[in-house]
Design a protein. Structure first.
Length: 277
């Protein structure tokens, strides 16, 4: 049985092609099936994106929606489809380009932390500034596995045990009273935050991951990014300034291959101190 990558996509064929091209050269891609959900509303762009898949030689299945599901529902739809086929799923979007070793990173950590109740997800993304520090070796080494207390939606993976917890209460959020009220709610890290937003199937689902479903659990993260978000144009839930800040670093562009085994000492030291966290 092949492993599963899911992708939610909508109206951006230029970015979509870059992501598909990165998958085509990813280490281990022959062991994967790609499930794509193309949200509705832009028929001609759907056709263009479907043709990109046809030209890719990837093992894929595509669902082309006639209606516009919205960001949250489109993501929920394809994740649910993925977890009906496998108990571990890697999820990407139409603007998240993969490093050639991204699948290797996800596979290793999905296996390594499969039964650890403290771990909520595996991310492939790390802030660009860390990449630059890692490049000259002054901050850390690229083969060291990290851990953090927030969720990144730009290329991530999790297990069916986690999906079964959250799938029935899945929603996206839209601001009720502007960013000021929403920001105040975000500081409360709980139900008070959700009182500041409208729960819909169309809004951003990434923030509820941090403030509602994650329940204090942690995310495994790389010290050098295996994902880069290229979605500067037509971004719905992040500003252009945010995306420009998180563009390709020199390390990512170099396609540097990590030849050392993954090291988990940083996470293990952190886990030993969880009782005091």
């Amino acid at each position: 049985m092949k492993k599963i990558i899911t992708m939610a996509a909508w109206r951006r064929p230029k970015y979509f092609k870059e992501v598909i091209d990165s998958l085509k050269v990813a280490d281990g891609i022959d062991n994967y099936k790609l499930l794509v959900s193309l949200d509705g509303g832009y028929h001609e762009k759907q056709k263009e994106m479907n043709q990109i898949l046809r030209n890719s030689d990837l093992d894929y299945e595509v669902i082309i929606h006639s209606d516009n599901l919205g960001c949250a529902e489109n993501t929920r739809y394809i994740l649910d489809m993925g977890f009906k086929q496998h108990d571990k799923v890697i999820h990407i979007e139409d603007d998240t380009v993969l490093h050639p070793q991204a699948l290797t990173w996800f596979e290793h950590n999905l296996d390594y932390y499969e039964h650890n109740p403290h771990i909520f997800s595996i991310t492939g993304y790390t802030n660009g500034k860390l990449n630059e520090l890692s490049l000259d070796g002054n901050w850390t080494e690229p083969h060291v596995v990290g851990i953090r207390s927030w969720f990144s939606c730009w290329g991530w993976a999790t297990w069916k045990r986690v999906w079964d917890e959250l799938k029935d209460s899945w929603f996206g959020i839209q601001w009720k009273d502007g960013i000021g009220v929403a920001h105040e709610g975000r500081q409360s890290r709980g139900d008070a935050f959700l009182q500041c937003v409208d729960k819909t199937n169309r809004g951003s689902w990434g923030i509820p991951m941090n403030h509602y479903w994650r329940k204090g659990r942690f995310e495994i993260s790389p010290h050098t990014s295996f994902i880069q978000n290229i979605g500067v144009e037509d971004s719905t839930w992040a500003t252009q300034e945010v995306h420009k800040y998180k563009q390709f670093t020199e390390w990512f562009k170099s396609n540097l291959i990590i030849n050392q085994s993954w090291e988990h000492f940083f996470v293990e030291d952190f886990m030993e101190g969880l009782d005091d966290y």
